[in-house]
Design a protein around this ligand. Structure first.
Ligand code: CU
Length: 146
């Protein structure tokens, strides 16, 4: 028992000693690389489904001139990861009532964390002119009580 305790103590001291300024850069870049790796890992496993390690991911596509899906239902106070992308030209995901406007770009998946704080039906439209049917691009986000 005593030996074990001493070993742990020694390890703790060694870890502390590695935290000098020279090593800080290495350590923090290691953490960043780790975080990036986690992001990629969750992207491949969480697409369009609940991810136990983070908020549920909802993938939303924009294309001339619609959103897919055209409707989603979210629970008030819960955090969601909206994964936004475009299938053709640049569009945006805009909820004027909530002061939200996020670009949707072809070939890119942008994750936007979203926590609705009010119940109701919120209109999503495109905040980036994309052609003749631009004004017809509509989606509805229903926010319900938990
Ligand atoms: Cu548009």
């Amino acid at each position: 028992m005593y030996f074990r305790h001493a070993t742990i103590k020694k390890l703790a001291v060694e870890q502390y000693q590695t935290l000098d300024y020279k090593n800080m850069k290495t350590i923090s870049s290691g953490i960043i690389v780790g975080l990036i790796a986690i992001c990629f890992a969750s992207q491949s496993t969480a697409r369009a489904s609940d991810n136990k390690a983070g908020p549920p991911t909802i993938e939303i596509h924009a294309k001339k001139f619609a959103y897919i899906p055209a409707e989603v239902t979210l629970r008030k106070g819960e955090t969601y990861n909206l994964r936004l992308t475009s299938d053709d030209v640049p569009h945006s995901f805009r909820i004027k009532a909530l002061n939200l406007n996020s670009k949707m770009k072809r070939g890119e998946f942008d994750d936007v964390l979203f926590t609705p704080e009010k119940t109701g039906d919120f209109k999503v439209d495109c905040g980036l002119y994309c052609g003749s049917g631009h004004n017809k691009m509509l989606m509805t986000v229903h926010v319900v009580e938990r």
